[in-house]
Design a protein around this ligand. Structure first.
Ligand code: PGA
Length: 252
């Protein structure tokens, strides 16, 4: 899977141009079997983007939100729930992106509720985890990522866990131009898979999609995706440029 996280970028007009350009870049392209492409625009553009993808022969591209509330409805001014997303026909939702953790104080216990709510509403959560630089420097990155996964995901039944996509995004690599080396990504992805295997068994673990995110660009995507346990990427900056995003999709 390649998923594009637009974050808080684009106007309606520039979202439209991006999809238009993506349609041109991907004209004649056939996505390999078992591969998926998703775009996660700001919530306010979800429906428009969904419609534009169809217009530009990109209806195979899924649409995801960047966040959801952990309850269905209520007095939570400004929030959008998984139930609402489902009512728009949205298929995916990012949960626990490091920017949500950092700037909106989202903790593992809250993210657990969000993941569960997403699944209850038939959405596929793309659960993000990853360590900050100081944690890696103290060599505590495996422990931290394991804790994030255990606390937010491991109360799910095996059947529900199988609906989750995991994205490993080392915070020090996000938007910095510094990418984890393919070896560093592989090492952590293998660790995540073995952590999943301990809880749910090897068949669930082997079937879990684990994405890498953090300065993934056209020039490094092929090598990252070539690692045994890297099943694709969660792309920030490069997903805002049609040419770059198409080039990364072509690495699947
Ligand atoms: P980046 O962002 O590709 O711009 O580093 C990745 C992300 O935050 O998902």
């Amino acid at each position: 899977m390649v998923a594009g996280n637009w974050k808080m970028n684009k106007t309606l007009a520039s979202s439209s141009s991006l999809i238009n350009d993506l349609g041109r870049e991907l004209a004649g392209f056939t996505l390999k079997e078992n591969c998926q492409v998703v775009v996660c625009p700001p919530a306010i553009y979800l429906l428009a983007v969904k419609g534009l993808l169809e217009v530009h022969q990109l209806s195979y591209v899924g649409v995801g939100a960047q966040n959801c509330h952990h309850l269905d409805f209520g007095a939570y001014t400004g929030e959008v729930s998984a139930t609402m997303l489902q009512s728009l026909g949205i298929d995916y939702v990012l949960v626990g992106h490091s920017e949500r953790r950092e700037y909106f104080s989202e903790q593992d216990s809250l993210l657990k509720l969000k993941v569960e709510k997403a699944i209850d509403n038939g959405l596929t959560p793309i659960f993000c985890c990853g360590e900050k630089l100081e944690v890696r420097e103290k060599n505590q990155h495996f422990e931290l990522v394991k804790k994030q996964i255990i606390e937010s995901l491991f109360e799910l039944t095996a059947q529900d866990f199988a609906k989750v996509i995991v994205a490993y995004e080392p915070v020090w690599a996000i938007g910095t131009g510094v990418t984890a080396s393919p070896a560093q990504a592989q090492e952590m992805h293998a660790f995540i898979r073995s952590t999943i295997s301990e809880q749910y068994g090897s068949s669930v673990a082997d079937n879990t999609t684990i994405l890498y995110g953090g300065s993934c660009k056209p020039h490094n995507a092929a090598e990252l995706f070539g690692q045994t346990d890297v099943d694709g990427g969660l792309i920030g900056g490069a997903s805002l440029k049609a040419k770059d995003f198409a080039a990364i999709i072509a690495c699947l």
